[in-house]
Design a protein around this ligand. Structure first.
Ligand code: PLP
Length: 361
């Protein structure tokens, strides 16, 4: 049996009529940047997130992070605390502005260990970027309190976590800035790049709306130096269709995850979820001995898996490698993500479970 880690073609074919018709409407309109589809998406996602914060479409999740840091004037000499166990973009955005990423180790849910943050705060610290890794929210309430107590900004890299919740409230309502990505493989994916920043407060929201248009409010008049970063009409139209299905897909991912965990928890480390959190399972990630052996065994049996992430950021050549963060290093050599997408069927899930059991028998 072949079990793939993604099935974007099937998802497209299920929605083909709706998507094709919306794309052709955009083409016929002759209007491609910051038009009515993008406006509609911003309103629709604001409603979905049930937030008073402003929702601003941008070109990617990476830009959402960069724009958030630009809005709070991060510059050389500044420090931003973050996790090393994430996709590169989280820390890359900090470095691009000449500031220093200060890495704090992760806890057993793979997110930043909140207890280890305070010792890293000094007079140069300006912000914390936390990541809701694999779709599981960080401890955003505790993080927000640390930020409020120390006059820091909280940026939530929620690029993998759209739809996730804490105490029944959606991510997007806890941080000063929440960043989402619509990269095609994300739970809500466009057919190209796309992103969103959810921004608290009128001042910052106006600033980001200007920053994404080269710092201008009035055309050809520039208040500061920004970048070009918009969610285009074609991607917005696609997302307007797909957003209606997101909760259904998350539901399916959660059901798949439960089957895995119920069947595997005795033999391997399954994802840990706090009772007050809704994990949307962008990835279903286990931690195992002989990870590379298991990966190869599953691959030989037709099962695709992936390692997120094989090298923690504090050990990347482009950063100072002056710290040792044991939990992140351990995770990098033990984690494995299994197929979890909404189009998996029950036979495929049980096939994966059987092969894992067989390997550890
Ligand atoms: C996908 C992702 C990003 C970047 O998103 P892009 O839209 O690809 O730029 C940033 N952070 C995390 C944690 C991600 O998973």
């Amino acid at each position: 049996m072949e079990v793939s880690i993604l099935d974007l073609k099937k998802q497209y074919h299920d929605l083909k009529d709706e998507i094709d018709s919306e794309i052709s409407k955009v083409l016929e309109s002759g209007y491609f940047i910051l038009g009515k589809e993008e406006k509609k998406f911003e309103a629709k996602i604001k409603d979905y997130l049930d937030t008073d914060n402003d929702c601003i479409g941008v070109a990617s999740g990476s830009d959402a992070l960069l724009l958030s840091l630009m809005a709070i004037d991060i510059s050389p000499g500044d420090e931003v605390i973050t996790t090393p166990f994430t996709f590169f973009a989280t820390a890359g955005a900090i470095s691009r502005l000449g500031a220093k990423p200060v890495f704090v180790d992760i806890g057993d849910d793979y997110n930043i260990d909140v207890d280890k943050i305070s010792e890293k705060i000094n007079e140069n610290t300006k912000a914390i970027i936390t990541v809701d890794l694999f779709g599981n929210p960080s401890d955003l309430k505790r993080l927000r309190k640390i930020c409020d107590d120390n006059d820091l900004y909280l940026i939530d890299d929620a690029c993998q976590a759209i739809g996730s919740e804490i105490d029944g409230k959606k991510i997007g309502n806890f941080a000063h800035f929440t960043c989402f990505s619509f990269f095609p493989t994300k739970n809500l994916g466009a057919y190209g790049d796309g992103g969103l920043v959810v921004v608290e407060g009128d001042e910052m929201s106006e600033k980001i709306r200007m920053l994404r248009k080269h710092g201008s409010k009035k055309k050809y008049h520039h208040e500061f130096v920004g970048i070009n970063s918009r969610l285009d009409e074609m991607q917005a139209a696609i997302l307007n269709v797909k957003l209606d299905y997101l909760d259904e897909w998350i539901d399916k991912r959660q059901k798949n995850a439960k089957i895995y965990s119920d069947n595997l928890k005795e033999i391997i480390n399954v994802p840990k979820i706090d009772d007050n959190k809704k994990h949307v399972f962008h990835q279903y990630t286990i931690s195992v001995d002989d990870r590379d052996g298991l990966k190869e065994y599953l691959s030989d049996n037709g099962i695709q898996t992936a390692v997120y992430y094989p090298v923690p950021l504090h050990l990347q050549n482009c950063f100072d490698n002056d710290v040792s963060l044991s939990n992140s290093e351990y995770a990098s050599s033990h984690v494995l993500s299994l197929p979890i997408h909404e189009n998996l069927n029950i036979n495929e899930i049980h096939y994966v479970i059987d092969k894992i059991k067989e390997f550890y028998d």
